[in-house]
Design a protein around this ligand. Structure first.
Ligand SMILES: [Zn+2]
Length: 127
């Protein structure tokens, strides 16, 4: 093996044992996690170029292929608010940001699912 390999091994040996245990535990949990539930949401499209005023808009077309679509504009959302404990740490801030992003993502997924369900009811009720 090369010097690079020796360098990597010695760097790993210098890491705190608890840190490595946490990383290994997190990797095992991620590998054994259940797959996400199936969704009716099709792959998104970005219909406008990045510098266009609507550049952040995400478009979801009808999964059945008709001309209908639903647009979401994440850039138009108000910034989220964070709840932090007294004497918060960097980890608390990172966790709060992650939770807020997950909440926004879940809210958008629900809006898109609701829009598709309403479209199905209105325009594809016979299927
Ligand atoms: Zn349709």
């Amino acid at each position: 093996m090369s010097d690079d390999f020796d360098e990597i091994e010695s760097a790993i040996a210098r890491l705190p044992r608890d840190y490595l245990d946490d990383v290994i535990r997190a990797q095992r949990e991620a590998a054994s996690a259940a797959p996400p539930p199936p969704s009716v949401i099709p792959e998104p499209e970005w219909p406008y170029p990045p510098r266009h005023p609507l550049g952040g808009v995400v478009r979801f077309r009808c999964p059945l292929g008709c001309p209908w679509y639903h647009d979401e504009n994440p850039g138009a959302e108000r910034p989220g608010r964070f709840m932090l404990p007294v004497g918060f740490t960097n980890e608390d801030v990172a966790s709060a940001i992650t939770l807020e992003a997950e909440a926004r993502g879940n809210a958008m997924r629900l809006r898109v699912e609701d829009a598709i369900a309403a479209h199905f009811a209105a325009d594809h009720a016979n299927r």
